[in-house]
Design a protein around this ligand. Sequence first.
Ligand code: SIN
Ligand code: FE2
Length: 215
Amino acid sequence: MSLDLFTPQGHAGREQLGAGTWLLRQRAVPSLAQLQAGLRQILRQAPLRHLTTPGGQRMAVAMSNCGSLGWHSDTAGYRYQRIDPLSGQPWPPMPAAFSALATAAAAEAGYPDFQPDACLINRYRPGDGLSLHQDRNERDLLQPVVSISLGMTASFIWGGLQRTGRSRKLPLYHGDMLVWGGPDRLRFHGVAPLQGPPHAEWGGKRINLTFRRAG
Ligand code: SIN
Ligand code: FE2
């Protein structure tokens, strides 16, 4: 597979955003075809759906999962579970190319033993955002979170350890990966309402994959 030297956003390379956080620009580009094919198959088995928050609100972002555990939310709360409540079946398995990429990126960011068992798939349409939150439903918070951005550019909100702490916004482009863990594992983060031009290949949406060791 050829590297896309003409990506409009240009910059590959890596940037350390915090003691435990690395932005790996364009790190997923060599795997895009495998990611796209894998996603198509997963979403046939476990379609994207709008979950309900514990407070009873419909989430704007549509979600699905692959891997042995899937993240779920309803009025009973946030949790991971083995069965997709929509199908009554286990979540589709995590493709080897997905887990290999997440493990490699985590190692490059200083987490050499990361073996994800959950991959949450988020789909944003223009106007959809994700409010500031911490990822804290996983059993072992020493394990990092690994994220892959696909499609339209996101404005990612990277906050502090307190909800009211200072935050910065950074663009996440198609093919970028972000890894956070260690002292940054419980940082607040979110996504500003999606805006801007549609992506040339993926159209008017952004897909984000987040890999976690949940169980
Ligand atoms: C998340 O926090 O679960 C998703 C973040 C993102 O979409 O970039
Ligand atoms: Fe999150």
